[in-house]
Design a protein around this ligand. Structure first.
Ligand SMILES: [Zn+2]
Ligand SMILES: [Zn+2]
Length: 397
C-alpha cells in the first residue's frame, strides 16, 4: 500500500476517539473488539469451511486477510497471505505478518510445527510492499531449524527491479522537495536482490547457526527468481505505462499447477502482479493490490474463484471529512487510485465471469462484514468475506 495509506492509518488511530463519537461511523471505528459470541460464530464458520474443503483436491486456504503495513487493532486478521493446496502440495501467495504461524495452523496436527515449509513447493510475491513480504525472513530463517530444509529447495518468484524511481507524489499546491534515497546504488531492488540483502542483514545469525548448530545455509534452501516480463507492445516505462494492455504469461508449471501472471495497476509500485492458478480441478486467481484492472479481468476470465483486494472507501473518506482542502482531495484520490473500492469489486467479478468472489487484503483490517457487504453490488455469484484460515474447495471432491 502506498505511503498515503500509512498517513490515513496514522490519522485513523489518532482519530479513533473522535470517530467513536460520530456514532454513524461506528462500524468503521478502529479497535472495536469482537464480542465473545461473534468470535465463537467466526470460529464455527471457519471450522465448517475447513471441513467442507477437506473433501476437495484443490483448495484455497486464506492464511491472512488484512491489508496494510499495520497490526490492526480489534481483529484477529493477520497480514495478507494465501495458499493453494493441490493434493498434498502447497503454493503460497504473499507472506504478510503472521504468515508462518498461520501456515502452521492451517497444516494442523499433521506437522505439529515440524517443517512448515515441507509441503510448500513455491511462493509467489505479487509485489514488494512490506505488508506482502514481511514474514519472508521468518519463514526462511526458521525453516533451517524446523526441518523444512529437508524437503526444499523452495522456489520463490517475485517482481524484478523497477529500474526507474517513482515520481514524488505531490498533493495539489505542495512543492516537491528533496527526499532521501535509501540504497542509492540500487534504490528499486527486485526479489532476488531482496533475498540477497536479507542474508547480509542476518549474517550474524546465519553464520552462528551454521557454525554453532550445524544448520544449512538458508540460501541453499531457496531458489529465488525475478519474474521476467514478456515483450509487451505499447509498454514504455513503469511511470508512463504501469499497466499496459497485455495477455497473461506463464510464470511456473509443475505436475500439479500452472501459474500465470499479468501486470495490474498498483501505481506507483511496479511491477505489481496478479496470479492465476490452473489445476486439473479448476482455477483460482489472486488480484494482488490493484485498482480496477482490465488486465486482471482478462486473467480471471471464467475462473472458479477470484480472491480480490478491497478497501472500504467510506473509511478513507472518513479520514478526510468535509470540508476538504484541495490538498486533502488530492491525497484521498491518490490513495483510492491504487486500490479497489468495496463498491466496485463486484463489477470486476461479474465482468470476469467468475463463480465465487473472495474478499481478502481487507483495508481497514478491522472492517465489519457490514462495511464489506457492498462488494455484492453488480455480482450475482457467491460472495465470501475472507477470514483467516478459511478454506474453499474447487472442482471435484
Ligand atoms: Zn498491500
Ligand atoms: Zn501494496
Amino acid at each position: 500500500m502506498c505511503h498515503v495509506v500509512g498517513q490515513a492509518i496514522e490519522r485513523a488511530i489518532e482519530r479513533r476517539q473522535f470517530l467513536a463519537g460520530l456514532g454513524a461511523a461506528s462500524t468503521l471505528v478502529l479497535g472495536s473488539p469482537a464480542s465473545a459470541k461473534e468470535m465463537e460464530e467466526q470460529r464455527k464458520r471457519i471450522n465448517a469451511s475447513q471441513a467442507e474443503a477437506s473433501q476437495f483436491n484443490t483448495r484455497l486456504i486464506l492464511l491472512g486477510t488484512a491489508g496494510g503495513p499495520v497490526f490492526w487493532p480489534g481483529t484477529n486478521r493477520h497480514g495478507i497471505a494465501s495458499a493453494v493446496a493441490v493434493g498434498d502440495a502447497l503454493y503460497l501467495v504473499d507472506c504478510g505478518a503472521g504468515a508462518g504461524r498461520r501456515l502452521q495452523e492451517a497444516q494442523g496436527p499433521s506437522t505439529n510445527g515440524i517443517g512448515v515449509l515441507r509441503d510448500v513447493r513455491a511462493l509467489f510475491f505479487t509485489h514488494l510492499h512490506s505488508d506482502h513480504i514481511v514474514d519472508y525472513p521468518a519463514l526462511t530463517l526458521f525453516g533451517i531449524f524446523d526441518g523444512s530444509h529437508a524437503k526444499v529447495p523452495l522456489k520463490v518468484f517475485g517482481p524484478g527491479r523497477r529500474n526507474e524511481m517513482e515520481p514524488v507524489f505531490s498533493p495539489a499546491g505542495a512543492a516537491p522537495h528533496d527526499l532521501p534515497v535509501v540504497n542509492p546504488e540500487n534504490p528499486t531492488p527486485g526479489t532476488k536482490d531482496m533475498a540477497g540483502y536479507l542474508y547480509q542483514a542476518f549474517a550474524t545469525d546465519i553464520n552462528d547457526r551454521i557454525r554453532d548448530n550445524h544448520r544449512p545455509d538458508p540460501s541453499t534452501m531457496i531458489d529465488v527468481h525475478d519474474i521476467e516480463l514478456p515483450e509487451i507492445p505499447g509498454f514504455e516505462s513503469p511511470n508512463k505505462t504501469p499497466e499496459p494492455e497485455m495477455a497473461p504469461f506463464k510464470v511456473f508449471e509443475d505436475d500439479r499447477v500452472r501459474v500465470s501472471a499479468t501486470l495490474v495497476n498498483h501505481f506507483p509500485v511496479w511491477p505489481a502482479f496478479a496470479f492465476r492458478f490452473d489445476t486439473d480441478d479448476g482455477s483460482i486467481v489472486f488480484s494482488g493490490d490493484t485498482a480496477v484492472s482490465e488486465n486482471l479481468i482478462r486473467l480471471a476470465k471464467g475462473a472458479d474463484i477470484l480472491v480480490h483486494e478491497v478497501i472500504v472507501a467510506d473509511w478513507v473518506r472518513s479520514m478526510f471529512p468535509q470540508p476538504r482542502s484541495e490538498n486533502d482531495d488530492a491525497i484521498l484520490n491518490h490513495l483510492l487510485s491504487a486500490h479497489t473500492a468495496v463498491e466496485d469489486v463486484g463489477t470486476v467479478a461479474a465482468r470476469a465471469e467468475v463463480s465465487t468472489l473472495v474478499l481478502s487484503h481487507i483495508v481497514p483490517g478491522n472492517a465489519s462484514n457490514e462495511d464489506l457487504a457492498p462488494a455484492q453490488k453488480g455480482f450475482e455469484g457467491k460472495l465470501v468475506i475472507g477470514e483467516d484460515l478459511m478454506q474453499l474447495g474447487v472442482g471435484r471432491r
